[in-house]
Design a protein around this ligand. Structure first.
Ligand code: HEM
Length: 131
């Protein structure tokens, strides 16, 4: 994938490196077990697997390895999130945890803000419930 004005995140993996993206997701998942709102939604026996799935997805979406697609197939994120009731409270908490992870692990300010805009937009798109 190359960067185009229509896909402002396609160069992020090349720009900051896959280990940095994985560190962001690790920092995000480190906050999940202790989160009263989001913690209960996630599979506590397989948080490492969940971390790997989100990291693989972001690496792919940000122009890196296609491992997510090889392992999981098409992302279909609305379908995959359908089992979880995601209202504005859950969306806002997810975004807050991700913002903290980005601030802690992605020092490249311009890349961080583009990643943030993308992640906030997808989070809003995934809202599927009231509240
Ligand atoms: C809006 C708030 C969100 C909530 C409450 C939420 C919740 C969840 C939960 C509970 C899972 C299952 C964990 C697992 O076993 O993999 C999951 C998986 C996943 N989420 Fe989210 N999520 C949210 C937003 C997002 C966003 C913004 C993205 C992408 C930018 C995303 C990408 C993914 C991916 C790639 C998976 C793994 C899908 C798979 O291959 O099975 N999620 N999410």
């Amino acid at each position: 994938m190359s960067e185009t004005p229509l896909d402002p995140v396609a160069d992020l993996c090349a720009l900051v490196g896959e280990p940095t993206l994985r560190a962001v997701v690790r920092a995000f998942y480190a906050r999940i077990p202790g989160d009263a709102l989001l913690g209960p939604l996630y599979p506590h026996g397989d948080l490492e697997g969940a971390e790997e799935r989100l990291a693989d997805f972001l690496v792919m979406r940000f122009g890196g390895s296609q491992r997510y697609m090889e392992r999981r197939g098409h992302p279909r994120l609305r379908v995959r999130h359908a089992p979880f009731a995601i209202g504005s409270a859950e969306r806002d908490r997810w975004v807050a945890l991700m913002d903290a992870a980005l601030d802690a692990q992605l020092p490249h300010a311009e890349a961080r803000e583009r990643a943030r805009t993308f992640l906030h937009g997808v989070a809003t798109f995934l809202v599927n419930a009231e509240g």
